[in-house]
Design a protein around this ligand. Structure first.
Ligand code: HAM
Length: 420
């Protein structure tokens, strides 16, 4: 038997309604906030992520599905959506449109070669938003409030919003030097990746999964002590907006995020997942990314969350949504003549917008009723040869047990009338 690849999953028909509900919720919410959907390719040039996400990150160094196509090009299955959206923004010259900032949302599969475990997949689905073109702190607050409203609107309660600021390039530079001085004397005690990152990008040491518990991690200089006045002011304004919107948060100076494009505001939402508190969503501001990818200086901010982790959190909090939707009616038959009539009746019902089905397994009438029960249909139509002669059928309303003789010609309108 051929098995599903590690770290991937089938979403079976019983679960798919939940996915639809979540997707519809995301779409409706984005409309409320005036974000429009964008769909970009599943694979992109490898360079895009090397330059966008950063070549000292775990994602680029260890987790990408990179392959050469038959034309010798290096392509990568997208590990995240931001770099692709920014590429599209630049390539389609969306910065030239009068409607700025450009506000996008996306929903689709991402791929990372990680060690699979509950809530960590190799193929997972991200819903994300990106607002490109504005450096107004109000849009930072808008993006964060959209994320919170997304979770709260689905019924999640145990959420914790964590925010931080990584400051502007000047603040980052001062912090970088402090980090190098902090780690350099003991760098031999760290993994080889951290050693390689020390001079190039010491911030990455702070989110190393291997050296997570090294005592120097806890005493590392905090970025908040290195913010220049402009960066401090920006962060204060974001917090003021969040306070005014009554969105509670905790400032965590160790929140550096695992992608290189961030500056100023970063944030994550923690929630209850797979038996422990986990990161449900992450995002932040990326003011240099558009120019890094060949566009004009254009600031941006966004977040992404995975539907898989969201579903774990919904299960952990016992939130029930997305029960499968039953069809309207099931047709049972007694006798050969009746059976022959069913396909046309089904076809007419479906043309009138009524969802319906029949037995295709030659079941006895009792088993046909059992099938109707399993499908949880509100109406069961019973057709016998005698009724067919008279051009009628019996319609049973399952909730009340009522049976009513209805003319075949009137069946669709009868069901439509009586459906709640
Ligand atoms: P990220 O923190 O790498 O950020 O991922 C965002 C979210 O994707 C995580 O919080 C988590 O819910 C989910 N996620 C990541 N990896 C996995 C995985 N292997 N399995 C299941 N879920 C996963 C980004 O991707 C940025 N592009 C976010 C962003 C958008 N920043 C600005 N705009």
């Amino acid at each position: 038997m051929i098995q599903i690849p590690r770290g991937t999953q089938d979403i079976l028909p019983e679960q798919v309604e939940l996915w639809h509900k979540i997707e519809e919720h995301a779409k409706a919410l984005c409309h409320l906030f005036n974000y429009q959907e964008i769909r970009t390719p599943i694979f992109e040039s490898t360079d895009l992520f090397q330059r966008g996400v950063g070549d000292t990150t775990d994602i680029v160094q260890k987790e990408m599905y990179t392959f050469e196509d038959r034309g010798g090009r290096s392509l990568t299955l997208r590990p995240e959506g931001t770099a692709s959206v920014v590429r599209s923004f630049v390539e389609n010259k969306r910065y030239g449109l009068p409607d700025q900032p450009a506000k996008f949302f996306y929903n689709g599969p991402m791929f990372r070669y990680e060690r699979p475990q509950s809530g960590r997949m190799r193929q997972f689905t991200q819903f994300g938003v990106e607002a490109i073109g504005s450096k107004d702190p109000a849009i930072d607050a808008e993006v964060i409030s959209l994320a919170m409203q997304f979770y709260q609107g689905l019924g999640l309660k145990k959420l914790k919003l964590v925010i931080n600021s990584l400051g502007d390039p000047e603040s980052r530079k001062a912090h970088k030097e402090a980090l190098i001085n902090h780690f350099k004397p003991s760098i031999n005690e760290f993994c080889s990746d951290c050693q390689a990152r020390l001079e190039k990008n010491p911030l990455r040491i702070l989110d190393c999964k291997v050296d997570h518990d090294h005592p120097l991690m806890g005493t590392a200089p905090s970025i908040l002590d290195f913010l220049n006045d402009e960066s401090k002011d920006y962060f204060a304004k974001v917090r003021q907006y969040l306070d005014a919107m009554e969105i509670s948060y905790v400032v965590d100076p160790t929140l550096v995020r695992g992608l290189d494009y961030y500056n100023h505001t970063t944030f994550e939402v923690m929630g209850e997942g797979f038996g422990a508190i986990t990161t449900l969503m992450g995002g932040g501001r990326y003011n240099g990314l558009v120019s890094e990818l060949g566009g004009p200086e254009s600031p941006g901010i966004g977040f992404a969350l995975s539907i898989e982790r969201l579903i774990l959190a919904l299960q952990a909090e016992k939130v029930e949504i997305g029960q499968p939707k039953p069809i309207d009616c099931f047709i049972t038959t007694i006798g050969e003549r009746a059976k022959q009539e069913v396909p046309v009746i089904l076809n007419n019902l479906r043309r009138s917008g009524i969802s319906c089905d029949q037995d295709y397994m030659d079941r006895k009438i009792k088993a046909q009723f059992k099938q109707a029960d399993r499908l949880n249909v509100p109406f069961v139509v019973v057709m016998g040869d005698e009724e067919i002669e008279k051009g009628v059928v019996n319609v049973k309303t399952m909730e009340t047990g009522n049976q009513q003789e209805v003319e075949i010609q009137q069946l669709a309108s009868y069901i439509k009338e009586h459906i709640s």
